[in-house]
Design a protein around this ligand. Structure first.
Ligand code: HEM
Length: 498
């Protein structure tokens, strides 16, 4: 039987009455001295912390990563150094644009953020369920996200904002096509893939670098809602994905993903026909095949949502020995953005929250700050170098140098030669789809574009149609017809022979 405990205030003082306030007479006014009442009300008023500015609605679970293949020729990362090695992890899935209380079945990319608790520190792989992204420069991120949120005047979501931005940023076409396919409405989180999306570097024990991308393939099989099914589910069970994940783990039906990598050498990267660090592009798998690495399994539900899921803090900055960054501009921007967001959302000592804490050694001279609850280094020195402790800088973790021969300049890069092919990959993707997938994608695009309103409606539709036509003439034609445009008006959108 559970041990009986006295009810107490936060300071441990036994409470004699938890339901009646202390009053002058049984019906009289409440006394200022009922500090327990104040404490209850004051704590309640402070229960909310800022929600994540993006990816606010999410679900998380603990699990294990197990190595099944030897990739030590590419990386010395200790997490991969032995077949059969197991590493504990925490994974948080999310939608992107909606608020914390929004429905799980919105058309949106899904976040796929993994924190691996490795002996060389926590490695955070903060990806999505899509291999590409809407923009390729972090300066555009906040503008893009504003279009996914609410109109500043109406406080409603706005198809006009979405398509205005996308039509002015053709680099978004690849991701928009994926979003508008039924992959934009997955059946929960268990039936979708996860991707690093970015290119990272692997460094092996000879200090040699190759470029890599990570792919998590669902073992549950891909399953998507159609637009209509997703819309229905938003009403029937707004927390569908949370319920699906939580209940699967509770009944022991542990979801699994196989981890694969793609590898590109530095020489191959120089010769690649696109910028290999452009986040709006994939590396074709026929040329850069997937190589299996291991299995990720989720097998433990958190016991407290706020403590573990809401307070989880992931950062693409957190890479470990043997894994490093790439010149991908979006990745570079994210290195700065996430820890900054955590300091605002959770406070400067967010790394001490148990779900974020490295279970292995942490030793540094950071001290004090709000909510420092780990003893603050006790009586040990708070400066470096010092003559008292034996904490040292370990040069064996140093990375090989990057040789960058270039000028610092305000590169006006968005449509520069070699950077302006926004159409080949989305066109190829559309042509690869099954007839049913094509039909659903066209239906979803038409349904969404029909929501464009206002004085710029025609301009926005025409601009976006041009992009669809440039990706694939049949796709452009089908969307134009779906929007009820005449053959005459269509001819102006057709790509001209070069
Ligand atoms: C969450 C910024 C691009 C995946 C966030 C958060 C910020 C942010 C501020 C909230 C963090 C928090 O409060 O905990 C940015 C910026 C980007 C960018 C500035 C581009 C420059 C991306 C990309 C991906 C991505 C390309 C995927 C490939 C995620 C995920 C989360 C997230 C999965 C939720 C993490 C969690 O579950 O806590 N992002 N983001 N973001 N972002 Fe990004």
């Amino acid at each position: 039987m559970e041990e009986k405990k006295k009810l107490t205030t936060a300071s441990g003082i036994p409470v004699t009455n938890n339901e009646d306030s202390m009053t002058v007479g049984p019906r009289g006014p409440i006394l200022l001295q009922d500090f327990h009442l104040h404490e209850k009300m004051a704590h309640f008023n402070r229960e909310r912390i800022p929600e994540r500015v993006v990816h606010a609605k999410g679900s998380g679970a603990y699990g294990t990563f197990t190595v099944t293949q030897d990739i030590t020729t590419y990386t010395k990362a200790k997490i991969f150094n032995e077949i059969g090695k197991k590493t504990r992890l925490f994974l948080r899935f999310s939608t992107v644009g909606g608020e914390k209380g929004s429905a799980d079945t919105e058309r949106d990319p899904r976040g796929f953020a993994v924190k691996f608790y490795t002996e060389d520190g926590n490695w955070d792989l903060v990806g999505n369920n899509t291999p590409v992204f809407f923009v390729k420069d972090p300066k555009k991120f906040s503008d893009f996200i504003h279009t996914q949120k609410r109109d500043p005047q109406t406080n409603m979501k706005s198809a006009t904002m979405l398509w205005d931005f996308w039509s002015l940023n053709p680099e978004s076409l690849h991701q928009v096509l994926i979003l508008m396919s039924d992959r934009g409405t997955p059946v929960g989180y268990r039936h979708m893939h996860g991707f690093s999306s970015h290119t990272f570097s692997f460094i092996n024990s000879n200090n040699e670098r190759v470029w890599t991308k990570f792919h998590f393939k669902t073992e549950q099989g891909i399953k998507n809602f159609t637009n209509d099914e997703a819309m229905r589910m938003r009403g029937e069970d707004p927390d569908f994905a949370q319920r699906d994940l939580f209940e699967a783990i509770e009944r022991g039906d542990f979801p699994r993903w196989k981890l694969y990598i793609q590898i590109m050498t530095e020489e191959q990267a120089k010769a690649f026909r696109w910028n290999p660090f452009d986040l709006t592009k994939i590396w074709p798998q026929r040329e850069y095949p997937l190589q299996e690495v291991g299995v990720l399994e989720l097998n433990e539900n958190p016991s407290n949502y706020f403590a573990e899921v809401e307070q989880a803090a992931f950062a693409p900055a957190h890479v470990i020995d043997g894994i490093s960054y790439s010149p991908d501009k979006m990745l570079q921007g994210r290195i700065l953005s996430y820890p900054d967001a955590h300091r605002y959302r959770l406070g400067v000592n967010y790394e001490q929250i148990p779900v974020n804490r490295c279970p292995f050694m942490v030793a540094n001279y950071q001290r004090d700050g709000y909510m420092r609850v780990d003893g603050n280094g006790g009586s040990t020195p708070n400066y470096f170098p010092n003559s008292f402790d034996s904490i040292y800088e370990d040069e064996s973790y140093k990375q090989p140098a990057w040789n960058l021969e270039s000028d610092i300049a305000d590169w006006y890069n968005r449509n520069a030669p070699g950077e302006d092919d926004h159409y080949t990959q989305p066109g190829n993707l559309f042509r690869l789809m099954t007839p049913e997938a094509k039909q659903n994608t066209i239906h979803n695009i038409v349904t969404s574009m029909k929501g464009i309103t206002g004085s710029k409606k025609e301009l926005i539709i025409n601009r976006q149609l041009c992009h669809w036509f440039r990706a694939d003439v049949q796709l452009g034609m089908a969307i134009a017809q779906g929007l009820g445009l005449s053959m005459e008006s269509l001819s102006q959108h057709m790509p001209q022979a070069q």
